[in-house]
Design a protein around this ligand. Sequence first.
Ligand code: OOG
Ligand code: NI
Length: 447
Amino acid sequence: MSQWLPQDQIRDMFSRAMSEMYRQEVPQYGTLIELVETINREVLDANPTLAMELDQSGELARLDVERHGAIRVGTAQELAMLRRLFAVMGMHPVGYYDLSMAGVPVHSTAFRPLDDKALNRNPFRVFTSLLRMELIENTELRDRASEILAARDIFTPTARKLVATAETQGGLNADQANRFVNEALETFRWHRQATVELSTYRALSAEHRLIADVVCFRGPHINHLTPRTLDIDEVQRRMSQVGIDPKTIIEGPPRRRCPILLRQTSFKALEETIDFADDEEGQHTARFGEIEQRGVALTHKGRELYDRLLAESRQQGSAADNDSHQAQLASVFEAFPDDHDTLRREGLAFYQYFAVPGVQADPNDDVEALIEAGALVASPMIYEDFLPVSAAGIFQSNLGDDARDEYTAQSNQAQFEAALDGAVIDEIALYEERQQASLEAALAAFR
Ligand code: OOG
Ligand code: NI
């Protein structure tokens, strides 16, 4: 046995510590978690088959701990150090999201675990955005922002040291891991004290609220921590009963028999009192709440169909309320097959294959024949990533009415990767690999 604590365990410790910290920082988070847990229990009680399927795929166990958070950083150095810090916990940058086309001057990735075992242990993800400084038009303000960012270190000295230790040793022992979790948490903590005077905050905020949020604080406070629900429509309906006011529409695909990708809703950011460096007091909104429901991951072909139908629905104009929005989406998405056999056969979605114990079969048979014969089961592979259009909707709903039009900048993955000091992993390639590996393992069972 290795003397190092498994990365999966460090990530699990970290995600629990983060949840505890956020519960204390944002009381509504606790209320939301209770509502989601209640509704998840109701769904499972009412659907024993679903409960059994989730149990078999290992998803039931992860449901209660599953969270994603989000942060926004200001410099390449910060992003590159985060990459190293998350790697200690087995989290790696997956996917590239350009949000400038939606009027948000950032591009992003998600740090998350990669393989089946790690995902089932704890799929904790952090959506991480980097401010695109070149999109600040006012050069004086841009220089001021760069100066302010250059003067801060968002990592504690001990966190930096332990990351380096993990890299050279190849891991952390239990005591080091405990310290690492506590020290890493500091980077994500909320700070009521801004690093700048109120006037600087106001000037940055006038350029874009998000710029002020990234630049004016000691660190990239975690701005939401999202639990996963099995029924987002029900959560949306019942949020107001627990005193939470959700955004108007649920982002993503409509409700379906076979959920696909990701549906999300959020509630408005808190108004928080900030102490500025010149002893002035002011208000800032940074933190909000969000809920998500995850469905099956789509192949390139499936994703193209999703993007096309979403665009079609958006062209019909935005609906006034969630019910009409969902009705409009549902009618457009009738063109998207809604049973797993068709989704699989048409190569629209990813599946994990399992050999049914005790059934003899010829491993050279066609996959569909093996499924037909009851030798092989295909279980939907959960989408582990994010959706740029949805993310833009979440950003905008929380930035308020002053959200602006598109930036003309091009998406720039190469620039993002240079800042990250590493490549982002292609999410579709990962699903493909996992699907293929599960099929090979299942077929090997028949030999
Ligand atoms: C991130 C918003 C995107 C999601 O779930 O799509 C996001 C942010 O506001 O920093 O978290
Ligand atoms: Ni989110």
